[in-house]
Structure formats: C-alpha cells, structure tokens
Design a protein around this ligand. Structure first.
Ligand SMILES: Cc1cc2nc3c(=O)[nH]c(=O)nc-3n(C[C@H](O)[C@H](O)[C@H](O)COP(=O)(O)O)c2cc1C
Length: 454
C-alpha cells in the first residue's frame, strides 16, 4: 500500500456531535454520561482499524445568542451539557488496545504544566496512543467561567498558544528517555542527571519543572489543531501533525489542503508530516434512495435557531439581532473567523438566508454530508483522497453509535477491498498509525520563507 488513508471518529463527550439533531434521533443511544456509550464507540472504531477517536470540547454553556441559556438548554444545543473528555479518554485507554485517543485542551484557560501532565499521563495509560487537539477557545462565556471578564483577543490567544506549546514541549523533554533506572538491587530509582529543571519564564507562563511524569511512550502526544484563520493555519503549520478541517465544498477543501502543506514547507517541515483531515457526516443505505431518506429524516430534526446559537458560540457574536430571512451580514467576529468565512461563502454562493445557515449549522456545523451506498461513500472518500483534499477523514455521526457501526461494517470493508485502508494495525502508537516518525521535542521556531499576503 503506497499512500495510506487515515480515518478518525469525531465525538463530543455529550449528547450531540456536529449534528445538533443527533440526540433526538430515535437510533441514538442515551447513556452518554456513562462509560458504556464511549466504550462501544471506541471498540467499534477499533474493530474498523481507525487511527483515532477524537473529542472536541467547549468550556461554557451557550449564552451568546440573545444572552440566554434557556433556549440552548431546552433544545439540547451543542455544548449545553458536556463531560470532561480527558477523563473519558483515560477510561477508554483501559478498554481498547490500539486506537488513538485524542482530546481537546485549551491553551487559553489552562496552564502548560497541568496540560503537559495530563497528556504525559494519558500517553502512559494508553501505551502511546495520546493526541492533543490544541485550541485557543472561542468565547466570552468561557472566559467568565475561568474568572476573567474578557476573552483574550484572537491574535493574542495564538501568541499565548505558541508559548504554551514551547513550555509543554520543554516539560515533556525534562525527562530523558533513559532517566528511569528502577534498579531494585541498588536502590536507584531515577538518574537525576537525566531529569532536567526547565526554568521557563516568559510573557505568559513561568514554570520550574521538571514534569512529574517520566517520558511517555510517544515522548509527547500527537499534536492536532483546527485553526482556520490565516494566523491559526500558521500555528498549525508550525506545530500540528494532524489538522481537522470543516469545509462543505471540494474546492474549499483542496485550497485548505494546499495552503496547510505549503505553510508547513515554509517552516522547513516535510508536508507529509502534517496530515489533513476534512470532516463529513455519512448517510449510508442499501440503495441511494434509502440513504437519501435517512439524510432527510435526520435533517428534518435540525432546528435553525439551535444552529444559530452554536454559530454565535463559535464566532463569539450574537446572531439573534439579525433578520432570520435576510442574507448573513459580513461582520467582524472575535471567535473563529474561518468557520464564519465558510458560512459567508456558502451564503453568497447559494443565496442563503441566516435561517438557512442556522439549519446547516444545526445539521452538522457546515460539514458536508456524504450520502449513498457503501460504494458511493467510498467513491467520495477515494476521490477526495486522490484529488488533493485529504490525507484522511474525520467522521461525524448523525446518530451514535449507529453511524459508526454502519461505516465500520459497510464502508470500511469497501475501502479495504480497494486497497485504500489498512486491514490491521501495523504499529502500536498513534504516531505509528499516522505514519509519523519519532516525536520531535524541538519544533521549528520560525517560518523559513514567510510569504507576502498571509
Ligand atoms: C474544525 C474545527 C474544530 C474546532 N474544535 C474546537 C473545539 O473542540 N474546542 C474549541 O475550544 N475550539 C475548537 N475550534 C476552534 C479553533 O481550534 C480555534 O481555537 C478557533 O477556531 C480560533 O481560531 P481560528 O480563527 O484560527 O479558527 C475548532 C475549530 C475548527 C475550525
């Protein structure tokens, strides 16, 4: 197999996914506050030889839309109830053997020492399967939950994030790989010459070190990112080994792919060392018309206002003050700019109103829907994989675990028959699955050839 397709599953540790309708779907299971739900999804994806299971995370109940939490709570909008994904992942490490476990932690609301410790621990507990989705967080409500009046400005958040990763990398590097001696006979536990003080004192953080967690199997987690603004993509190009992307159009996905790969080259990195994962929601049927019926049934459950609540959360802008039946206005948003740009682009292209955008957002946060028989879904994946838009895909569920079961039972065998996807794991760590070499603990510090206009 020459170039290998990668697959990941998307979850939020909650009742919904990208689809705000997921919790209302009759096929969805309801034990998402307990361990069984996550265990079933993780074990199913592991049976399907997926690279990793990914957990997004948000740190506040939605309040941005009309300064109200009643409607999002009542309608089960995304983030209206979530549990902590790091603890879910630690539990999953115990009931899976091979699948990677990637979770989201914010560089804006935590300290690098705590986060480095969490991921060092998860990497040990999972024997080298940890991944970190590095986010800078989105909105004011999150700031207020962490004792701050104001969310940091967009670009400042990224400045802080760069230093956060520098510190985390130093902490993971504070234990040499051979520092742990564990010689019972001589009584030497660790070689103190191989454990290093960090003594970092910077703009945002100070830490003495060393980390309490000895060097983990992968050295550090695989770094995942989803920056969609130019400065966010620059951050990804420097640090990320996998990027997660939302764009409903093939031309948008191809442009993102080329952009990320060339930005990585600018940092002197091999573009193959940063895997691009667009996301989609599959609707799979024995025939195309059965698949379309499943899609229509699901989409009918999506409430446009619930979608606009999440658009307001993601952009940190209150969309309750606009006419639902007018086109979406071009406004400056302090949250995620990339997703807002996608919404604007769609709205202009297809003449969509704010209500239409809300509906698309509730159906799946602007994710494309791949609809058809297993062979038709595989065709779309194959076309994107060979057509310059993806190294792999992140699958988001319209109902869970049902969407994952169907994909693993019906589409994965088709991808394997075509020689696109592995029939078994060939390594043990998440880095192995992604085809990444040993972890670098001294990342690129600046772009080799910064280009104008970005
Ligand atoms: C596909 C995608 C997924 C994201 N997932 C999360 C998440 O789970 N939690 C979070 O706080 N931010 C998430 N974000 C936000 C980004 O990681 C980033 O912090 C934010 O988008 C601001 O940067 P940007 O303007 O470069 O997009 C996501 C963004 C995108 C585009």
């Amino acid at each position: 197999m020459s170039r290998e397709l990668h697959l990941a599953g998307f979850l939020i540790a909650s009742h919904v996914t990208h689809s705000h309708a997921a919790w209302r779907h009759p096929g969805s299971e309801t034990d998402y506050l307990g361990p069984g739900y996550y265990r079933r999804v993780a074990q199913t994806l592991e049976r399907g030889k997926f690279d990793f299971l990914f957990f997004a995370d948000l740190l506040a109940t939605p309040v941005r839309y009309g300064n109200d939490i009643r409607v999002p709570l009542r309608s089960g909008t995304q983030a209206s109830a979530t549990i902590d994904p790091s603890l879910v992942a630690a539990g999953l490490a115990n009931v899976t053997d091979s699948i990677g476990l990637a979770i989201t932690k914010s560089t804006t609301y935590f300290h690098p020492y705590e986060v480095a410790r969490i991921f060092g621990t998860l990497d040990h507990l999972s024997a080298g399967r940890a991944g970190w989705n590095v986010v800078t967080s989105l909105n004011q409500a999150e700031a207020q939950n962490f004792g701050l009046d104001n969310h940091l400005g967009h670009d400042e958040r990224y400045e802080r994030a760069h230093e956060f990763l520098e510190v985390a990398f130093k902490l993971w590097d504070s234990w040499d790989a051979d520092a742990l001696v564990r010689d019972k006979a001589s009584g030497v536990f660790a070689d103190p010459d191989r454990v290093h003080i960090v003594d970092h004192s910077g703009t945002w953080f100070a830490t003495r070190g060393p980390l309490t967690v000895p060097r983990s199997p992968q050295g550090r987690p695989v770094i995942i990112q989803a920056g969609s603004s130019p400065i966010g993509k620059e951050f990804a190009a420097r640090w990320a080994e996998a990027v997660f992307e939302i764009d409903p159009t093939p031309e948008g996905r191809r442009a993102y792919y080329d952009d990320i790969k060339s930005r990585a080259s600018d940092f002197g990195r091999n573009p193959d060392d940063i895997k691009v994962f667009p996301s989609f929601v599959p609707f799979i049927g024995e025939t195309e018309s059965i698949a379309r019926e499943k899609q229509a049934f699901h989409n009918e459950l999506a409430d446009p206002v619930s979608g606009l609540i999440t658009l307001s959360v993601h952009t940190d802008h209150d969309f309750s003050r606009y006419d639902l039946d007018a086109p979406i206005e071009d406004v400056a948003v302090p949250g995620t700019r990339g997703l807002f740009d996608v919404a604007r682009r769609l709205s202009v292209r297809d003449n969509l109103t704010l209500r239409d955008i809300g509906k698309l957002y509730a159906q799946g946060v602007l994710l494309p829907q791949f609809v058809g028989t297993p062979a038709q879904i595989a065709d779309q994946i194959e076309a994107g994989f060979h057509g310059g838009e993806a190294d792999g895909y992140i699958l988001s569920a319209a109902q869970a675990p049902g969407t994952f079961n169907d994909f693993v039972d019906l589409v994965v065998p088709e991808l394997q028959r075509r020689g696109l996807f592995r029939t078994d794991y060939t390594g043990t760590t998440l880095r192995d699955h992604l085809g990444l070499g040993p972890a670098n603990l001294s990342p690129a510090t600046r772009a080799v050839g910064a280009r104008a206009g970005r």
